[in-house]
Design a protein around this ligand. Structure first.
Ligand SMILES: Nc1ncnc2c1ncn2[C@@H]1O[C@H](COP(=O)(O)OP(=O)(O)O)[C@@H](O)[C@H]1O
Ligand SMILES: [Mg+2]
Length: 251
């Protein structure tokens, strides 16, 4: 795919932190409407890379394009950082409305949309509660809604289910699959969970340990709609083996 045809593209992106190289010449192109998972070991540079795609981190070298033009500032794509950052002094609805407010929707209209979204996603009774009242799974759902509501056509998600127990994680993965079907968004999801990457993504990109480079790009040709039942198939096991081997975990 040419950088011009890609929704998002990186070419030769390098970035160092405190003298240490973190990104070591990353090339990546994300197609419009694609669901891409980025996996790599802890400390590889995944969050840094997502920050570059969000326009929050400026690389030392290389090119970052959104719709074929240089990405020069944050706020053009939706971004959910690794920590959910729900503000403790704002109600759940006010937190969910933040993304809309930041994109210029007047406060009252933003709150109204937030309450409607909470209702649609089963969190209505917590609209006026503080975030402490939410379970881990509900917090993730609220943070995802905050990210998705402004309706940007690109969503960057940094380990959105990282802090959840296995069952809640399953539940939310299913939920994200459903949300995705209702959106036409391009999604880049960072995860260190190989099963999650294969369940959700159209393509998985594996990064090396820091400094990060792309070591494998794998098309996930599992049928959609997908459910956890896909994980019992031989094709799933084959893809998982390739990912683990690229991560240096097995093989
Ligand atoms: N603020 C910082 N100052 C110095 N080094 C940092 C900073 N943030 C991250 N790093 C380094 O960059 C590397 C990549 O971090 P990060 O992108 O958060 O990795 P990942 O998300 O893959 O776990 C880490 O190994 C860490 O040592
Ligand atoms: Mg990270």
């Amino acid at each position: 795919m040419s950088p011009e045809a890609a929704k998002l593209s990186l070419r030769g992106v390098r970035l160092a932190r405190g003298g240490l190289p973190v990104l070591d010449g990353v090339d990546l192109a994300v197609a419009p409407g694609e669901f891409l998972a980025l996996i790599g070991p802890s400390g590889a540079g995944k969050s840094t890379l997502l920050g570059v795609l969000a326009g929050l981190e400026k690389p030392d070298a290389g090119e970052v394009l959104l719709n074929g033009s240089p990405l020069t500032r944050p706020g053009l794509v939706a971004y959910m950082p690794q920590k959910d950052l729900l503000l403790p002094w704002r109600s759940v609805a006010a937190n969910v409305a933040l993304g809309l407010e930041a994109s210029g929707v007047p406060k009252e209209a933003a709150r109204k949309q937030a309450r409607a979204a909470l209702k649609r996603f089963g969190l209505e009774e917590f609209a006026h509660a503080p975030p402490e009242a939410l379970s881990g799974g509900m917090r993730s759902r609220a943070a995802l809604l905050r990210t998705a509501l402004p309706g940007r056509d690109v969503m960057l998600l940094d380990e959105p289910f990282g802090a959840l127990d296995a069952l809640t994680r399953r539940d939310l993965q299913g939920w994200l699959l459903g949300v995705r079907d209702q959106l036409v968004a391009t999604i880049v999801l960072v995860t260190h969970d190989v099963d999650e990457a294969l369940l959700l993504a159209d393509r998985v990109v594996v990064l090396t340990p820091r400094p990060a480079r792309v070591v494998l790009e794998l098309e996930v040709e599992l049928p959609r709609p997908r459910t956890v039942r896909n994980e019992a198939t031989g094709e799933f096991a084959r893809l998982k083996g390739r990912l683990l081997s690229a991560l240096g975990v097995a093989g």
